[in-house]
Write a protein that binds this ligand. Sequence first.
Ligand code: SF4
Length: 668
Amino acid sequence: MSESLLAVSDLRVRFETSGRTVRAVNGLSLSVDSGEVVGLVGESGCGKSAAVRAIAGLHGDDARVEGTVSFDGTDLRTLSEERQRQIRATRLSTVFQDPAATLTPTRTVSFHLKEALWLADRPDDRSLRSALGITLGPRDLGSGRGSRERRERALDLLERVGLADADYLERYPHELSGGEAQRVSIAVALASEPELLLADEPTTALDATTRDDILDLLESLVAERDLALLLVSHDLGLVGERCDRVSVAYAGELMESGPADRVLEEPRHPYTRALLDCRLEGANPGERVPTIDGSVPDPTVERAGCPFASRCAHATATCRQSAPPTIDDERGRVRCGELESVTKRGAGPDTNGTHVPPSGSTDGARSGSVEETETATRATTSVSFDGGVAADEPVLELRGVSKRYPIEDSWLSRVRGRDRYASAVDDLSLTVRRGETLGIVGESGAGKSTVIDLATGLESPTAGEVVFDGDTVGPIANRSRDQLAAVGRLFQHPRSSLDPRQRVYRAISEPLLEAGWRRDRRRERVSELLSLVGLDDRHTERRPRELSGGQCQRIALARALALEPSLVVLDEPTAALDVSVRARVCNLLLELRDRLDCAFVLVSHDLGVVRHLADRIAVMRDGQLVEYGSASRVCAEPESAYTDELLAAASGLADEPTDNHATFHRHR
Ligand code: SF4
């Protein structure tokens, strides 16, 4: 059997930090053939990105890399640094989640593409520059025939990624939408005509339709150019639809691999099964979703036994003491010492958190460590929206609201009488009632964020009225103390929404302090809030860097709820979270909706989350409302073709929940 284009074997990546060794990757093996798409999945902190960086040679000087990274039959690690860099510069490219990691804000698209082409033509020069850390300037790219040729080739690259307009060449990264910026970074990656593309969460930050376009583009490159694609993602729906094979990583180790349809539709490893159980798409809207208790093991602690043992419902004493065997058979590879008993138990819970725990339990956490108590501390009864949710008086009303922004404001344009405004929101009317969740969906640029800014007073409308609890309200500066306290807001990026220097107690108590609460009442309220979001007083002295992503989101939520708001605005609350943490945060939000006497506005490009949490859905496009109705009706019988498009693009939403594991609508 001929060797794969990329064959990674027993890859280990270690970092030394503050006198401790972080074991990011612990013996990972995988392969990718030409013309094949292989998915690499797992929760955050499972070593996926560290592995990609090590394969691409982008791991940095502080990392120690061991194992084999064989490319086209040659172990890159046996070659000289110079030769390694040449191969990595010409035959292998990388695309990251955030195009900002690839694109320099002060350089035009034209510069980025010409630079990539210039370097692709000079692999020796490229590797030397990369070794010396020297970057190119516009003058290095020259002028004359060479430059004109590169411009033509840059246009070709843009056309290949679906941006067939010369105007794009002169744009700066901030003048591109998220999808356009990602297309440009793919064009940059393609400049050297690579044989292997490593794509690390390339569509995570994009809305569903843009995500689909980018994935279609990558898929066409695989088909047309026989490209090998390693696609890192925490979106199992996407991997199920787009990949030929899949590798599931946990704590830097491979847990299971094989054909994508087999691994995801008939998973064998308890971790794969637990990940699939966490998918909202497999649950009925409004129902509590199974979660995986606990967290990925601390990578600085050396351990014996199976890395998944602390979270696995099948774990035995042997699992905790000795490393599990790897079983290779016709169905793929799986690493579990209790495979027979796991298989016999069939569809039962695979982790300590795949069930709704009895009231007062710690949701399956066994040792009661602070990390484990991140899971919700009280059980809830699932509430189906079809069963009816009490919805009474309006909390927020947008009455015929429009918001326009100036786009060209020179005296000349005024004299010429040009339309100098772009409309972000156009004549929008929405109502949110106490006790309900309104979901707002739409692609980037639809006006969702402007609606939030209008509701919270960060912006004031150009026309129309924002009415809060019966009173017309203006921007923040004109709102009373009570009106300000009545709105809580949760931001998209939990970690960056908290001050890295502030301890948890300070972060949560700050709004209370500003509202004039006394010290003893503040202390009491912080305890109450921590308990409300499933944490406890042991977290008060921690700083954001000592918390997981899910814990940060809980802290941010506790802060947003501190002053008992009537309205909580959730801005992409799960966009930055992986599938298991997303499930926990969704369960928490369902629980809060039932317990608190307030209204929620949920803005998300993830239709799965909106369908799961919202009572009603407003679909926006180009600043206008294209559909508005009950979540069940909008998702089951959309009236607008655009809603239909969004639903089709949201992976897995067409699946009916079943007792078995997921089925995927495969593209490949
Ligand atoms: S059964 Fe044992 S070896 Fe298998 S995943 Fe669970 S803890 Fe690991």
